[in-house]
Ligand binder design. Sequence first.
Ligand code: NAI
Length: 285
Amino acid sequence: MEIKVVGVIGAGVMGVGVAHNLAQSGFKTILVDVSVAILDRARQEIINNVRFQGFFNKDQEAVVPEQILEKIIFTTDYQLLGEADYLIENVVEKWHVKQEVYTRIDSICPPSCIFASDTSAIPITRIGSATQRPDRVIGIHFMNPVPMKPMAEVIRGFHTSEETIKTSKDFLKKMGKGCVVVNDSPGFVSNRVLMLTVNEAIFLVHEQVAKPQDVDRIFKSCFGHKMGPLETADLIGLDTILYSLDVLYESFNDSKFRPCPLLKKMVDAGLHGRKSGRGFFDYPI
Ligand code: NAI
């Protein structure tokens, strides 16, 4: 199956990175979100990110933003997804929002189109159940920032076919990525571990055991990690961390996934991390 046109739903942190990576890999990309203002901001972010990439990859052939932008259609019109061969969904980590999106695209996209969800924690089998094509529904958990990360976690839902897995692996290769395939479970491998770690790090700040910079310093200086858990939380988005913990808590009915009250308070206060300019640390926006 040849993939030429890729639909990307959701133009937030992940959708911007996915669309940029796809356009850079030569795919015609249709990026859908709910408002023109969000799409305008996404366009500007892609321009900034392409320039940033050029600055750091001086030895590679220069790519100008226009080369990337000409491959991307920015739209609020879901009907344009009717020509998509493959689709990557990156909407907010809330089941009722995703469920509505899948029901909608199932009637718009051709039956052969594969739906890949970039969810952090929602089971792929549940996502497949919102469609009439569960064999063509798969999880591709991209890493952030997408164009710079060479690996993805691929999740096989209960009904996901071997053909869908093969097509998705080949597709990821064209995006310049390898993958690890795992079976379906809430949070998969990566976020079942990462979300617990991040939440526990937030509890340490909540209980005033250590300041955010000291929590992260222990991971960076002592363990040699590139980033500490709180800087990682800010990069992901504190709202996304909270919603992912909610999914894990609800899925396993296990109190170990209960979100820290400080996390809830910060999300309510609009401190969503890097994307909002403030989380555990401050960022210029
Ligand atoms: P975000 O909050 O930055 O962006 C979500 C976007 O979805 C927003 O632009 C919103 O307007 C849009 N949206 C909401 N409802 C929509 C609809 N009905 N149709 C079209 N667009 C709609 O969130 P982010 O961080 O990009 O996360 C997206 C997905 O990717 C989530 O499922 C998240 O768990 C997952 N993810 C996030 C990672 C991260 O580091 N932030 C890493 C890997 C996966």
